[in-house]
Design a protein around this ligand. Structure first.
Ligand SMILES: CC/C=C/CC(=O)SCCNC(=O)CCNC(=O)[C@H](O)C(C)(C)COP(=O)(O)OP(=O)(O)OC[C@H]1O[C@@H](n2cnc3c(N)ncnc32)[C@H](O)[C@@H]1OP(=O)(O)O
Length: 719
C-alpha cells in the first residue's frame, strides 16, 4: 500500500498505492509507517519524497473505515513523526491532496504541486474536522483568516491559489515527482526547524474575537444547525490561543464529539449516496458500466421560459451547440437576451469566455433536422407536449433523442406519439436549471438502455447529480412532495400558521419551509394542475362533500389563496406578504390569518395548539412513507436515490441525510408507530397509512438502510 524505491542513489521515493484515490486506509498508514522508518534509518537516504500512484497524491482518510472499529496505526502520531524526522521530506502533489492527504503534505517539510492539482480540507462536508493536526498546522502556515475560511467551508483550492496562500512552495507543469526529487536533493543539509509547522507561532490577527464571531454568525446563517463548521471555528481558535500541544488536544476532543454524531453519519452517507446514484441498472441487466452513451454535440431546447433558458445555458456552457426554439418572435427575442445575459454572467464568474457562438435561435422546428438531442421545455400541458413530440418525430432524423423536461407527466404517453419510443426519455430539471444540481432522468418502459446512458451522461457533463427514476405521476420528487405539503395544509386547518410550520421546518434545517418554498415557486402552478385534474374549479361537482375530492380528504385553502390573486413572490402576496411583486422578504400577512380563521369557523373546526414535534412528524414521516411506497413500486432503485433527490432538488438538510436516512435514524419502529397514531386520528388521509414496505422492514428487525434493498428486490422495477 506504500511502495519504496531509492532514486538518484539517495532519495527514498514513497508512493501511496491505494486506488482509486490513494486514501489513507489502515494498510496505507501501515505502509507509510514502515517505509518512513526504512528511509529514516537507511544512512544512504538523505531525503524523502512522498507521492501517490496514478496521478493522485491522496484523497484523505478512507471514509469507509469510519463506520468500523479503528484498525492500524493512528494517523496523528504517524504524521507527527514524519514532521519530526531529521531528513527533509517533500510532498509531490498531483491530482488531489484532500483532508488527511493535505494533512500528510503539511507535515512534509516542503510541498510541490502540479499545476492541475487541487488541495483542501473537506472534512467539514463529512461532518468532521481535520483532526490529524490540520486545524493547528494550516493556521500556522497561512494565517488564521485564510485557514478559517478553508477549514470551515471545506473548499478545494487550485495549486495556483495554494501557492499564493503559501500552502505549497512550488507549482510545476512537469513531472511533479521528478521535480520533487530534485528539490529534495537541494534541501539536504538545510535546517528543518522553520519547516516544522507545529513549531511555528500562529500569526494572530488583532481582531481575533471579532473575526471568529463574524464567521460564527455567517455559519449559523448559511449552515443552519450544522455542528462541524462551528467545531472547526473552535479548533482554529485553539490554534490561535494555545500552544500546539494543547491545541492538538482540543482538536481531538472536538473531533470525538463530531465523530459519533448523527450529523457525521448522515453526511458520510450522503457522500456515498451521491456516488451510488449514478449507478443505474435495468431489469434487463443493462447497467451504467456496460452501456455506452451516445456522444452529444448538438441539442435543441424547445420553449424559452424559465426552464428552457436555464437548460440552454447548462448545455452551451459545456460546449454543446444549442438551437433554441420559441413560438413567437417577441418571446424569442426576450429569451435570446436573457440566455445571452445568463451565459455572460456565468462565464464572467468562472473567468472564461462566454460560448455565445454555440447559440442559435429560431421560430421553426424545421431547423432541428440534424440535432443529436432535443429537450422539450414547453408549458406543463400534455396535449401541447404531445403535439410537439409528434412534430419532432416528423422533423428530426430518426436517431435524434427526444427528451421532455416534464415535472410529472407520463413520459411513456409522449413516447407513444413518436416514431421512436425507445429514444424518448424524461429529463426533469429543477428551477433555475442552470443552478440547481439535480436531474431526474425519467425512464419510460420503452426507453432504451443507450437512451438512459446518454441522458445520465449528459447530466453528468452538465455538472448535475443525475438520478434514474421510473415513470409515474410526479416521478420521485414531486410525488413525495404531495403528502408532505398536504400535511402542512391540513395542519393549517387544524390551527397552525404558515410561519409556524415554516419555522419548524427551517429549524430542522430545510433551506425553506414549505410555504415559503411555494411562494417562491408560484402558487398558480399547483392550482392549474389541481384544476386540470378536477380537484378544484368549475368541473367539481357541486354535490361533492366539502373538503373531500375523489374520495379523499382535500384541503381547499391553497385554492382560496390563489382565488385572491395571491400567487406568491411574483405577485407580492401569497402565503406571506412581500414589500413588492418579486420581493423576497416574507412577512406574515394578517389577511391569511383572517382567511384561516374564517375557514375554520365556516367548517366548525376548533383550532388547537400544534406542537413542533407534530409538525415534524406529520410532514416528514408522510414524506418518508411515500418514499417507501416509491421503493415498493420500483420507481426508485434505492433509498439513497430518494435522499439524493431530496437534498439536491428540495433543500432537505444534508446533515440529516434525506427523508429515508432520517427515518432510519429516528428508527423505523418509531416512524411506524407515529404513522399508525396519526392515521388513526385521520383515517381519511391515506398518505398517513404506513406503507407495507415500512411494516415489512420493521417486522424484519429494522435493518440498516444499506440493507433495505434486500427486502425490496423481489418487487417490480420500473427502471
Ligand atoms: C483522523 C484523520 C481524519 C481525516 C479526515 C479525512 O481525511 S476525511 C476524508 C477527506 N477527503 C475527502 O473528503 C475527499 C473525498 N473524495 C472526493 O472528494 C473525490 O472522491 C475526489 C478525491 C475529488 C475524486 O473525485 P472523482 O470525481 O474523480 O471520483 P469519485 O468521487 O467518484 O470517487 C471515486 C471512488 O473513490 C471513492 N472515494 C473517494 N474518496 C474516498 C475516500 N476518502 N475514502 C473512501 N473512498 C473514497 C468514491 O466513493 C468512489 O468510489 P465508488 O465505489 O464509486 O463510490
Amino acid at each position: 500500500m506504500a511502495r519504496y524505491e531509492l532514486v538518484k542513489r539517495s532519495v527514498a521515493l514513497i508512493t501511496l498505492t491505494n486506488p482509486p484515490v490513494n486514501s489513507l486506509s489502515s494498510a496505507v498508514r501501515h505502509g507509510i509507517a514502515k517505509t518512513m522508518d526504512r528511509a529514516l534509518s537507511d544512512p544512504k537516504v538523505t531525503a524523502v519524497v512522498i507521492c501517490g500512484e496514478n496521478g493522485r497524491f491522496c484523497g484523505g482518510a478512507d471514509i469507509r473505515e469510519f463506520s468500523g472499529p479503528m484498525r492500524g496505526p493512528p494517523l496523528l502520531p504517524l504524521l507527527d513523526s514524519i514532521e519530526a524526522g531529521e531528513k527533509p521530506v517533500v510532498a509531490a502533489i498531483e491530482g488531489v491532496a484532500l483532508g488527511g492527504g493535505l494533512e500528510l503534505a503539511l507535515v512534509c517539510h516542503y510541498r510541490i504541486a502540479h499545476s492541475k492539482a487541487r488541495l483542501g480540507l473537506p472534512e467539514v462536508t463529512l461532518g468532521l474536522l481535520p483532526a490529524a493536526g490540520g486545524t493547528q498546522r494550516l493556521p500556522r502556515l497561512i494565517g488564521i483568516p485564510a485557514a478559517l475560511e478553508l477549514i470551515t467551508t471545506g473548499r478545494h483550492v487550485s495549486s495556483q491559489e495554494a501557492l499564493k496562500l503559501g500552502i505549497v512552495d512550488q507549482v510545476t507543469e512537469q513531472n511533479v515527482c521528478e521535480v520533487a526529487v530534485e528539490f529534495a536533493l537541494r534541501a539536504v543539509a538545510k535546517p528543518l526547524s522553520s519547516r516544522r509547522l507545529s513549531a511555528l507561532t500562529v500569526p494572530c490577527p488583532p481582531d481575533l474575537d471579532a473575526l471568529l464571531e463574524a464567521v460564527t454568525m455567517q455559519i449559523q446563517k448559511k449552515a443552519r444547525g450544522m455542528m462541524a463548521p462551528l467545531a472547526c471555528v473552535q479548533a482554529v481558535r485553539a490554534a490561535a490561543t494555545m500552544p500546539y500541544s494543547q491545541g492538538i488536544k482540543r482538536e481531538s476532543e472536538l473531533m470525538a464529539t463530531l465523530f459519533n454524531s448523527g450529523q457525521a453519519r448522515a453526511l458520510q452517507y450522503c457522500f456515498f449516496a451521491e456516488r451510488t446514484a449514478g449507478k443505474w441498472t435495468l431489469p434487463s441487466g443493462a447497467q451504467w458500466n456496460d452501456t455506452k452513451p451516445r456522444e452529444i454535440r448538438s441539442a435543441a431546447v424547445i420553449g424559452l421560459g424559465t426552464m428552457g433558458r436555464g437548460i440552454a445555458v447548462s448545455l452551451a456552457r459545456v460546449g454543446i451547440s444549442v438551437i433554441a426554439v420559441e413560438s413567437d418572435k417577441k418571446l424569442m427575442e426576450t429569451g435570446r437576451q436573457m440566455v445571452i445575459g445568463m451565459l455572460e454572467r456565468d462565464a464572467k464568474r468562472r473567468g472564461v469566455s462566454a460560448s455565445l457562438n454555440l447559440l442559435k435561435f429560431t421560430l421553426s422546428l424545421q431547423n432541428l433536422k440534424d440535432v443529436d438531442l432535443v429537450i422539450e421545455a414547453v408549458f406543463e400541458d400534455m396535449a401541447l407536449k404531445k403535439r410537439v413530440f409528434q412534430e419532432l418525430s416528423k422533423v428530426c432524423r430518426p436517431t435524434t433523442l427526444l427528451c421532455s423536461n416534464t415535472s410529472g407527466l407520463d413520459v411513456d404517453a409522449l413516447a407513444g406519439v413518436t416514431d421512436r419510443p425507445q429514444l424518448v426519455i424524461g429529463m426533469h430539471f429543477f428551477s433555475p436549471a442552470h443552478v440547481m444540481k439535480l436531474l431526474e432522468v425519467v425512464c419510460g418502459p420503452r426507453s432504451s438502455s443507450e437512451t438512459i446512458a446518454t441522458a445520465m451522461s449528459l447530466g453528468k457533463r452538465m455538472g448535475k447529480v443525475s438520478v434514474a427514476v421510473g415513470n409515474c405521476p410526479g416521478f420521485v420528487g414531486n410525488r413525495m412532495l404531495k403528502p408532505y405539503s398536504d400535511q402542512a395544509t391540513f395542519l393549517l386547518e387544524e390551527g397552525a400558521t404558515p410561519e409556524q410550520i415554516d419555522k419548524v421546518l427551517e429549524d430542522f434545517g430545510f433551506a425553506m419551509g414549505v410555504f415559503r418554498m411555494s411562494d417562491l415557486a408560484g402558487l398558480d402552478v399547483g392550482w392549474r394542475v389541481r384544476k386540470e385534474s378536477g380537484l378544484t374549479g368549475p368541473d367539481v361537482d357541486p354535490k361533492n362533500p366539502p373538503r373531500r375530492r375523489q374520495g379523499r380528504k382535500y384541503c381547499p385553502i391553497p385554492d382560496m389563496v390563489c382565488e385572491q390573486g395571491r400567487f406568491g413572490q411574483k405577485t407580492g402576496r401569497g402565503w406571506y406578504m412581500y414589500d413588492k411583486p418579486g420581493g423576497t422578504n416574507a412577512k406574515p400577512d394578517p389577511l391569511i390569518q383572517n382567511l384561516l380563521e374564517t375557514y375554520r369557523s365556516r367548517y366548525g373546526i376548533k383550532p388547537r395548539n400544534i406542537t413542533d414535534q407534530e409538525i415534524i412528524e406529520r410532514c416528514l414521516f408522510a414524506l418518508a412513507n411515500e418514499g417507501f411506497r416509491i421503493l415498493e413500486d420500483g420507481i426508485a432503485a434505492r433509498p439513497e436515490d430518494i435522499d439524493v433527490i431530496y437534498q439536491f432538488g428540495y433543500g432537505f438538510p444534508r446533515h440529516r441525510g434525506g427523508p429515508m436516512f432520517y427515518a432510519s435514524m429516528v428508527g423505523l419502529e418509531r416512524v411506524l408507530e407515529r404513522l399508525e397514531h396519526y392515521h388513526q386520528a385521520h383515517p381519511d388521509v391515506s398518505h398517513l397509512e404506513p406503507s407495507p414496505l415500512l411494516k415489512k422492514l420493521v417486522a424484519c428487525g429494522s435493518p440498516p438502510i444499506q440493507k433495505w434493498r434486500e427486502h425490496i428486490k423481489t418487487m417490480h422495477s420500473h427502471l
